[in-house]
Design a protein around this ligand. Structure first.
Ligand SMILES: C[S@@+](CC[C@H](N)C(=O)[O-])C[C@H]1O[C@@H](n2cnc3c(N)ncnc32)[C@H](O)[C@@H]1O
Length: 207
């Protein structure tokens, strides 16, 4: 999967433009209410969301694509983006909060569990998490070949897991879930058209 993202960032640059996700407003407000100071962003890309979060918090990001890390370091100078994989990164500190936008659905079940378990290692006791993922209501759900339950190769060489609400809650069963919900987001691609995607979110606490 690393080379898929590397190729995309190398050829398209800021793939989804410079505007942060619509959900960042909710994330910022929720983290501020909880007194969050330090945030870790998983799958930070070129800094589309970290740049907005860094107006309010001290932000570290984890990103596997070298091309994206280079873009982020040039464009989002207030965040610290670390070139590593979330699957095996070891970090020297604990964070008040973890934000993960549209990364988790890119993995099969075993690796999704690794990422979710790693959040417990990243977060301090009482820390907050906020994940967004593809919804089973997205138009790509059910397309292509079925690889695992609710996981489809919906484009050649690209698969995703599509979450229903219960499945999402089950994934985070070892945390205290504060809130779940769904939303639609319009992605504006840097060089071409725009598209709507259907997402779910989960907000949780590490006890
Ligand atoms: C759908 S993109 C979202 C990027 C960013 N969150 C945004 O909204 O602009 C998924 C991101 O996760 C990164 N990624 C994929 N696998 C990763 C891994 N194992 N560790 C860290 N980042 C990863 C990709 O390179 C890509 O930047």
């Amino acid at each position: 999967m690393g080379s898929y993202w590397e190729d995309r960032f190398q050829t398209e640059g800021k793939v989804w433009g410079e505007t942060p996700s619509v959900i960042t407003t909710k994330v910022i407000s929720s983290f501020r209410q909880r007194g969050v100071k330090q945030v870790l962003v998983l799958g930070a890309g070129y800094g589309r969301n970290t740049k907005e979060l860094a107006k309010y918090f001290k932000v570290d990001g984890i990103e596997v694509s070298g091309a994206a890390v280079k873009l982020a370091r040039e464009w989002d100078t207030h965040s610290n983006v670390i070139h590593a994989s979330v699957l095996d990164v070891k970090l020297p500190q604990k964070y008040d909060a973890v934000f993960c936008y549209n990364l988790l659905h890119l993995f099969k079940r075993q690796e999704r569990n690794v990422i979710i378990d790693k959040c417990s290692e990243f977060l301090r006791k009482g820390g907050s998490g906020f994940f967004t993922v593809f919804s089973d209501e997205d138009s790509s759900c059910g397309k292509g070949s079925l690889l695992e339950p609710n996981t489809y190769e919906y484009k050649q060489g690209k698969f995703a897991h599509f979450f229903n609400e219960l499945d999402l809650s089950h994934h985070f069963a070892n945390y205290t879930i504060l809130d779940t919900g769904s939303f639609r987001e319009q992605l504006h691609y840097a060089h071409e058209h725009s598209t709507w995607i259907d997402l779910r979110y989960v907000s949780f606490l590490k006890d």
